[in-house]
Design a protein. Structure first.
Length: 95
């Protein structure tokens, strides 16, 4: 397995503060999706910046095509609520 990171950019930085009920529903689906990756042993960590600028998800995938599939299956990405920037990633130090 290789390690990848995707940066999630919300449609607006205030999304968590002023989202619509529909947007909050998609954020909940996004959270559940990440929990599924965690339970499957594929997610290393995930979370948002407190200023709302971006979120980060570090995960394992077989290759870049599989990593792209992980990102495109994220409900927040597939509905356009967030955009993603995917990169191969190397964990050099970890607690």
């Amino acid at each position: 397995m290789k390690t990848f990171v995707y940066l999630l950019h919300p449609c607006r930085p205030t999304l968590i503060d002023d989202g619509t009920p529909e947007e909050f529903e998609k954020v909940g689906e996004h959270f559940e999706y990440l929990k599924e990756l965690l339970d499957a042993g594929r997610l290393v960590l995930a979370g948002p910046c407190e200023d709302g600028a971006f979120g980060i998800a570090i995960f394992y995938a077989e290759d870049i095509a599989a990593a792209e599939q992980v990102v495109s299956n994220d409900p927040a990405i597939s509905c356009g609520l967030m955009t993603a920037e995917l990169h191969a990633y190397r964990i050099s130090l970890m607690r």
